[in-house]
Design a binder for this molecule. Structure first.
Ligand SMILES: Cc1cc2nc3c(=O)[nH]c(=O)nc-3n(C[C@H](O)[C@H](O)[C@H](O)COP(=O)(O)OP(=O)(O)OC[C@H]3O[C@@H](n4cnc5c(N)ncnc54)[C@H](O)[C@@H]3O)c2cc1C
Length: 364
């Protein structure tokens, strides 16, 4: 069986490792000269997002025999609203993984597990490969090809400012800021590499590339940020629905398969999962759309959250932060396996003052 993989990011590398495990040696094409995003950054995996799965890294290890060593465990989240700040401490809120060309990055960890050589510096043409191979996995990190063949619907376009900053940090903490004045219905987060270096990322939906600088400056000014910025990059995320995930002999995985969810812009877990599931489908003949159902449903749940957040103003952000950090809610959300995303409308409707105001008010 001849299988080609276009793109050696998280999804393409995972698919390749799993195809090898099934005894299939794929041809892998990567346009860059090495694996990993061009700049190093820190990605968060928050356990509450993946429920009913308890722990995303354990899940990947137990089900697909792929062990990703995290940079750190997250055990503290500090949420800054427009006027309130709340801190959540819990034993294992999630993980940090390094992304990029660092030797410990998720991509390099996957690359190390691979036996097949990668064809670097090759910009692959999917139309050509489609006729030469039995299957072609589109793991290109963007929606271009699924869009071209009519399998893509855009959800949200988001602009990012990613700054590498120097300061003093707690490597197990995630700090988040919410304020419509500088991120509209997006957010800002700080994720440390270690106790001296971190990434500070602004994520703003529904703005043009030119407008992002204004939001970034507003953030620095309003939050009085005076860390040393040593590098800064612009980026964009497009979340959307890929359907079907298979078109003739093309399989869409990772961001090309809709891995970037529309609420927080997370896509690391779904990229790895979709790569593993595509390999399973090719090797065993299972229905890829059925394999992807849980991830697709998760995307739709996240879209509902996105719609709710889009209607909120600063008062509502403050209320949302208060409810998410109220003792009983905190226990339910972080210390049990309660499916927060599925039932998230309870919290967003509360914040929007639609339901349960009085009882929750007592908990704040
Ligand atoms: C700044 C930033 C912060 C993020 N933070 C988080 C986070 O906190 N949590 C989280 O879960 N996710 C996060 N993500 C998202 C997550 O990193 C991605 O969803 C995931 O890495 C996508 O993997 P992929 O395999 O689809 O694509 P990529 O990793 O982008 O890989 C695609 C590869 O395909 C190659 N390629 C493209 N076209 C061709 C071609 N024609 N021929 C050959 N090669 C080609 C590219 O060079 C690239 O190497 C973040 C992403 C960014 C950029």
């Amino acid at each position: 069986m001849k299988v080609a993989i276009i793109g050696a990011g998280s999804s393409g590398l995972t698919a390749a490792i799993r195809l090898e495990a099934y005894g299939i040696k794929p041809d892998i094409f990567e346009r860059k000269s090495r694996v990993g995003d061009v700049f190093n950054h820190v990605a968060g995996l928050l356990n509450i997002i993946y429920r009913p799965i308890k722990d995303p890294l354990d899940y990947i290890k137990n089900n697909f025999d792929i062990n990703i060593v995290p940079l750190n465990v997250i055990n503290k989240v500090v949420m800054h609203g427009p006027t309130v700040t709340r801190t959540i401490n819990s034993r294992r809120i999630g993980y940090y993984v390094i992304k990029g060309q660092d030797v410990a990055s998720a991509e390099n960890q996957l690359y190390e597990k691979l036996k097949t050589n990668i064809n670097f510096n090759v910009h692959a043409d999917y139309k050509k490969l489609k006729s030469e191979y039995d299957y072609v996995l589109i793991a290109t990190g963007n929606q271009q090809i699924p869009k071209e063949v009519g399998c893509w619907q855009n959800f949200v376009e988001t602009r990012l400012k990613i700054a590498e900053v120097i300061g003093k940090f707690d490597p197990t903490s995630l700090i988040m800021w919410l304020n419509t004045a500088y991120c509209k219905s997006g957010y800002v987060y700080l994720a440390p590499f270690d106790d001296k270096r971190a990434v500070l990322v602004l994520i703003v939906p529904y703005v043009t590339r030119e407008e992002v600088a204004k939001y970034w400056n507003n953030f620095l000014r309003i939050e009085k940020i005076n860390m040393d910025i040593v590098n800064i990059y612009d980026y964009e995320h497009i979340s959307g629905n890929c359907f079907p995930h298979r078109f003739e002999n093309l399989y869409f995985i990772g961001n090309a398969g809709g891995a970037i969810e529309p609420f927080l812009g997370f896509g690391q877990f779904a990229s790895i999962m979709s790569g593993a599931l595509a390999a399973k489908s090719i090797a065993t003949g299972s229905d890829f759309e059925k394999e992807m159902l849980q991830l697709s449903n998760q995307n739709i749940n996240m879209l509902e959250l996105r719609k709710a957040i889009d209607t909120m103003d600063n008062d509502k952000y403050d209320r949302l932060i208060k409810i998410l950090s109220a003792p009983l809610i905190k226990q339910l959300v972080y210390d049990t396996n309660f499916n927060v995303i599925k039932h998230s409308s309870i919290f967003t409707k509360y914040a929007a003052n639609e339901i349960f105001y009085k009882p929750f008010k007592k908990l704040e």
